[in-house]
Design a protein around this ligand. Sequence first.
Ligand code: MN
Length: 250
Amino acid sequence: MKKIAVIEDNPDNRLLVRVMLESLYEVIEYETGFAALEGMPHQKPDLVLLDISLPELDGGEVLRRMRAHPALRDLPVIALTAHAMAGDREKYLASGFNDYVSKPIVDEEVLLAAIKKQLSERPASVPQGTVSGRPLEEAAMERLRRLGGNQFAGEMIALFLDYARTKIAEAKQACTAGDYAGVAKAVHPIKSSAGNVGASRVQEVAARLEQAGRALQAAEVRRLLQELEAAFDEVKPGLEAERKHCESGR
Ligand code: MN
């Protein structure tokens, strides 16, 4: 079984990627760039999935250090990012990544195709994911169940509810302190977590809030932060019910 290293600080994204890959590959998880750079030479992977937004060392810096390391320099590295802006793909390829997959990973076939391409295996067909304006996508929950069963789907919901609650509180604190870049940083990981469980509106508002925060648009940040809380409150009861359903139905 080929080994894939996953360097990603979000626990829910690590779990999701593990469940998507573990029947095909041995998955080795790292929470930080430092841990990965220390561990990978001893347990050399065949391919690396590297989150761009990591604490301490960001993904770009981890890649730079890998390319300078004799044992790691030739490994294929796929960037995982929730930025997903026009021109991102070209930017990441130009900076030395072998490929790029945007988060949330709506369809595991997209990730598998990118991995297989790098490992020179036959790529699977790549269906397109869709996002609608509905607050909660039932398709996302069905996908999670199909991937890892009821217990896994319930766990993903619990992780999202806890994570979003923590990050929204952090964003509010930063907003009160006038730290709008801090608001952007706090809400950034909510996008992919929300996408994982199909909370489309939370995902969309978090993305707009992140942009407003980066642009230091104070009034817009305050408005969108309220909208984000409202969007989160809107999906909480449905997700709580879904989680209970998952736990009783396994
Ligand atoms: Mn991250």
